[in-house]
Design a protein around this ligand. Sequence first.
Ligand code: KG4
Length: 622
Amino acid sequence: VYTRLSDAEENERIRLAKNDPKNLATGVQDAAPRRDQRATMHDTAVLNARPDEHGITYKPLDAAHAEDVAAMESQVMGSDAWNAALVADELPRADRTWWAAYASGEGPDAGPVAGSEGASSARGTVLVGYAGGMVIDGQVQILKIGTDPAWRRRGIARQLISRVASDARDLGATTCSLEVRASNAGAQAFYESLGMHSIGKRPHYYSDREDAVIMEGPLQGVIGSSAVGGAADAKALRAVTEDAGIQESSVDVAGMTLRVDEAHDAQKAAQPAAQLERPLILAIESSCDETAAAIVDGKGNLLSDVVASQIDFHSRFGGVVPEIASRKHIEAICGVCDECLDVAAQRLGMERLTWSDLDGVGVTYAPGLVGALVVGVAFAKGAAWAADKPLVGVNHLEGHMYANKIGAPDFAPPAVVSLVSGGNTMLVHMRGWGDYRVLGATIDDAVGEAFDKVAKALGLGYPGGPVVSAQGAKGNPKAIEFPRAMMHSGDMRFSLSGLKTAVVTYINNERAAGRELNVPDICASFEAAVVDVQVKKAEMALRETGAPTFCLGGGVAANPVLRAAYGKLCKKMQVRLVMPPLSACGDNAGMIALVALDRFRQGKFYGLETDAQAHADLEQEY
Ligand code: KG4
């Protein structure tokens, strides 16, 4: 699987390097505290945004400090020193990672670096060390590492190189190399202590013609015992984090919180599932930003349902970044599947469950982010082939329809389903299992997308749905009259982009007029506009099809105002309302496993040529 540094991350680096003060509190620098949290979970203590015991703070290097680096370079590197322009030129590059160490203005022994009057001193901190690396072909080459002589013996070099190495690992590196002066035995011993060894010499490498010793070693040694964010051993971590009394236990896999829904409420009645009911199918879901795996048995019981969410990694970019999603799926998928097998084994009272104990492997193959889907599809194909089990491909949207079975096992078509998520907004007539007709869909944005964009305009963060909904609960839905686009279009299509623009324009106008925003009223009024149109079109769909059941699917189906409004509509129309439990509204593999079970029974298997697809026709024959 080919993944690369995300454009978003690259842009963030460029913005940081532009030395705009408002940017310095965002983006890459924000990674430090988050990493610190992960480090705590892993019982390690590095990558700390707060000062360490020596009063040193570590941050990604920004362009504002290029002068300081150049000043120290000329002090410690002599004629091989880099100037500020050279340093600044490095920072926005996608394959580079630079870190700096800062100390408070009063140095312990010698104070600030001589001659350094750069941005650090102006802010009451001084730069006391820096390191930069370049990632090429799976290797990070340390370009520079320097520390202020007055601040040596405080582990600064070790901390800096560890951070550069950790970033490099995120960029795909597995080894580390650098050059060191042949006469500098102390530095060579230091690098040896990090697991590196000499692999040769570069004659006359330095400007004074001294030779350089080339040293190389595995990245893990350089990151050290302080490693963070690496593929974690889910079992070991579970021992630390498991809370036996709760339904959902969470562990940490590759820095992601992994949620284990051991049994959804409606399925608890089915426990214990000690009797092994064939077929046993493990299904994988990776279409967007959740890596998930679930095992279903022949009776439709979900024996395990594991979700690792990447939301933390995407939230600072205000939305899902496809490249990050792909990388995180790769990091998480083994741990998630292992955990899924372990939980199912526990539920069945077995010591162990392996791939060969299964009868089939299911996987979401479409629609979604193709780079994300391909991780699940490739993994599922590999597993199915290795264990010699049949493969079943599943359409993600069909999964959302099947999610209704999780809350109501007797749910069956015919029904009208409203699919509302971050990527879809549509009404579908389910004439039978596998027999679908799309009644109407959005012509522009999806509902969840509109929630996310309104939240972004209000500075409420990502994902927007839950936070807009929480704010809206405190506001007046009639306070602001937002447009109800296509309400009277006479068909079942939707349009959300006009509403989104109206809300953003309202916010901008209020700000321009100097009025304080009433966030709860804005959220409540926006929600009311969304819900009015959804309900109107749902009513039309129910009348046109005469379906006796109405059901929901997708992340926005968790919205309480929408759920209540549909409740009222269905009561009025005397139609059965079925809704997935809140935990099954968003992406999960339980719903994919339920589809895979049906397909397995029908003998509808997929070949190993199956590929991920960004789009898929829901109306095709299954
Ligand atoms: O189905 P989902 O988890 O992912 C895909 O889009 O595939 O849906 C995520 C979307 C996001 O846009 C999120 O803001 C929205 O669902 N969402 C909500 C709520 N919870 C999640 N929207 C409105 N109200 C909510 N309570």
